[in-house]
Design a protein around this ligand. Structure first.
Ligand code: FEO
Length: 405
């Protein structure tokens, strides 16, 4: 085994043995400009346990990190917290290399692993709250169905109060640093928010329930060890607090204007709407032209927004392709508590604006202003109507934000 890869201690007898993917730039539609990590953890209990594996091409790295502290053959149990391929993809090879006595997963995880690998291997299903005693340490399994897949579970280690939280509390950030307290707070916040906005947002009601349940169970993790990004060893409550805030999706005064343009007219409308939003008290106001913006960044901007105003020219009797892509993506993320409006310029028939409004309604965005269409190029009167639309949306947002508990 190469000694290029070393395990990193994260708690007493607990090691990070994951892999760093510096190259990935697209994670099923999410722009991962800073790469990611696939985290796996080794618990040197009696017997030794491996928690999660890594994406299949990174297995050499994981096995080398394990070998830096223990002979991989000493691992007798593997816990699979989540059967998505970036974590379970390496499991068949891990089983082949390690030959563990048992593999544990949730009941849904057992089914998912069989459906992925068709391996006919016995995987032991564990129930919510079930404990596994390993000498003087205990692993407790917490089923977290739909956070973010039906199979998802977390594993809690005592003593030490380490929560192995699979995708929960994670972020896509490749780094030399293994701990959140070593990463600049602005980077940590931005990447954690992006991860929540693009992965966990549609499951926010489950996040709220999980946080309540953890409090009821008097679990107070001292370390949160997710499957992506850095480990929280100091103040893990920081990320829990952000999750509680993001899950609530309270109305705010931030406005997002997402649009695309063919010949500059819809952009001129967007700029005037932005001026109206700012004049009406929206803050901050973010204009995002889709020929220069990634869908996952728009989703991130929307995480703490109160309004989505969407604009498109009409092309071939329908929405501009970049806006169609954006609205399909945002539709799946199901952001709640947004107000909005549709706008755009057109030359012949102008169907795009109505279609955008329909898509916003399907996303349960509350439409608070009539759709605004302009023939060809907006004149000063049309731009005034755009500013008025922006001011009106801002007034509604301010009222909702002020009324929010
Ligand atoms: Fe990181 Fe849901 O996989």
């Amino acid at each position: 085994m190469s000694d290029a890869y070393q395990a990193v201690p994260i708690a007493d007898r607990v090691w990070w043995v994951g892999a760093i993917d510096w190259s990935i730039r697209d994670f099923h539609g999410y722009a991962t400009r800073q790469g990611t990590t696939y985290n796996a953890y080794l618990v040197q209990a009696d017997p030794v346990v491996l928690i999660d594996t890594v994406k299949a091409p990174f297995m050499d790295e994981m096995l080398a990190r394990i070998a830096s502290v223990v002979d991989p053959a000493k691992i007798r149990y593997i816990v699979s917290n989540h059967a998505e391929m970036d974590h379970s993809g390496g499991l068949p090879r891990a089983v082949e290399a390690i030959r563990p006595d048992k593999v544990f997963a949730s009941a849904n995880g057992v089914k998912a692993l069989e459906a992925q690998f068709h391996w006919g291997r016995a995987v032991d299903a564990v129930k919510d709250g079930q404990e596994l005693r390993l000498g003087d340490v205990t692993l407790r399994f917490l089923e977290t169905r739909m956070l973010h897949w039906p199979d998802s579970m977390m594993t809690y280690l005592v003593p030490g109060d380490v929560l192995f939280s699979q995708d929960g509390f994670g972020m896509h950030l490749a780094s030399v640093e293994r701990f959140a307290d070593e990463v600049p707070t602005d980077v940590l916040y931005a990447e954690a928010a992006k991860y929540y906005a693009n992965i966990l947002l549609p499951l926010s009601s489950f996040v709220t329930k999980l946080l309540a349940r953890v409090a009821e169970m008097n679990l107070a993790p001292k370390i949160i060890a997710p499957d992506h990004g850095p480990v929280y060893r100091k103040d893990p409550g920081w990320i829990v607090k952000q999750y509680a805030k993001w899950a609530a999706q309270k109305p705010t005064r931030k406005a997002v204007v997402a649009f695309d343009t063919m010949w500059g007219s819809t952009e001129a409308m967007a700029r005037a709407i932005g001026e109206g939003l700012a004049a009406g008290g929206a803050s901050p106001v973010r204009l995002l032209p889709m020929h220069a913006s990634h869908r996952s960044d728009v989703a991130t901007e929307l995480l703490e927004a109160g309004a989505l105003v969407a604009g498109s020219p009409t092309i071939n009797n329908t929405i501009f392709p970049t806006m169609g892509d954006l609205l399909a993506y945002l539709g799946g993320l199901r952001r709640t508590n947004l107000v909005g409006a549709a706008f755009g310029s057109y030359g012949w028939s102008g169907e795009a604006v109505g279609r955008i409004e329909e898509r916003l309604k399907a996303m349960e965005v509350e439409i608070v202003a009539d759709a605004l269409k302009v023939l060809y190029v907006p004149d000063s009167s049309a731009l005034d109507r755009c500013r008025a639309l922006g001011s009106h949306v801002a007034a509604v947002m301010k009222g909702r934000a002020a009324a929010a508990p």
